[in-house]
Structure formats: C-alpha cells, structure tokens
Design a protein around this ligand. Structure first.
Ligand code: AMP
Ligand code: ZN
Length: 136
C-alpha cells in the first residue's frame, strides 16, 4: 500500500527525485536532505508503513541485512570511523516523517556530533519492576 499524501512514498517510488545510493524491489536508500554527518542516508521501503509498529515482518526482516550492507559499503567509500543506525517511532521519539525509515549515519572522529542520552538512574528494585511490567 502507498499513501498518496506521503512524501517518502513518492521519493521511494521515484515520483520525486532523490539522491539515490541504492535501489531494489523493496527499498530505496537516499541521502538525507539535512544530514547530521557526511553521508547520512535513509532506508525507505517502497510500501507505506507509518513506523515500526506497522511494518510487516517480511519487510522488516530485510531491513537489517540492507542496513549492514550499506554500512559496510559506505564505511569503505567514506572511510568513516563508525556508524549509527537509528530508527525513530512517534513524535516523542523524534519521528518527523511518518513513513518508516532507518537512518544510516556515518560517524567520523572529528564530526562533533553526539547521540548520548543521559541515563535516568534506576534502583535494582525499579529495574525489577520494569522487567515484571514488560514480561508480566
Ligand atoms: P525522522 O526525524 O526520523 O522522521 O527523520 C526524517 C528525516 O528525513 C530527517 O533527517 C530529514 O532531514 C529527512 N528528510 C525530510 N524530508 C526529506 C526529503 N525530501 N529528502 C530527503 N530527506 C528528507
Ligand atoms: Zn509513505
């Protein structure tokens, strides 16, 4: 299914031009227009899924192998020093475009970026309670 009001549906399916790094039957990988670092790219499925809550298992199963392939290839070409793979779901988590996508962010020793979230400290009892809430 595609969503005619979704810009990433249009980009993924070639209706809007993009700086494509890779394409197959299921995905297009494009350069992010507002890159966090040199080479920041996005994996877009060609079908519309709002985010991880909605993507189907068979598409999801192809995402990590593709991310790995892109990371290896881009690390070789860009000679970056590391790599972040990030995927945001819902506004509170930083999602701004509501078509599932995975950020591929090459990292360089001198890129000046940081993705560190300060820890919210929890006691052992609190951690036990969280585990019980999730598994109970
Ligand atoms: P997120 O905040 O996880 O939803 O990420 C959305 C990303 O899409 C941001 O990094 C934007 O810079 C990027 N973006 C938005 N519109 C476009 C576009 N037309 N072409 C390429 N990247 C885009
Ligand atoms: Zn879409």
């Amino acid at each position: 299914m595609r969503d005619e009001n979704c810009i990433f549906c249009k980009i993924a399916n070639g209706e809007i031009p993009s700086r494509t790094l890779y394409e197959d039957d299921d995905f297009r990988v494009i350069l992010d227009l507002n890159p966090a670092t040199k080479g920041h790219a996005l994996i877009l499925p060609k079908e519309h899924y709002k985010n991880l809550y909605e993507i189907d298992d068979s598409t999801a199963a192809k995402v990590l192998p593709l991310a790995r392939k892109m990371a290896v290839m881009m690390t070789e070409k860009l000679n970056c020093d590391g790599f972040n793979v990030i995927q945001n779901n819902n506004e509170i988590a930083g999602q701004t475009v509501f078509h599932f996508h995975v950020h591929l962010i090459p990292r360089y020793n001198d890129d000046g970026q940081s993705l560190v979230m300060p820890a919210c400290h929890m006691t052992a009892e609190q951690l036990d309670a969280v585990r019980d809430e999730i598994t109970g």
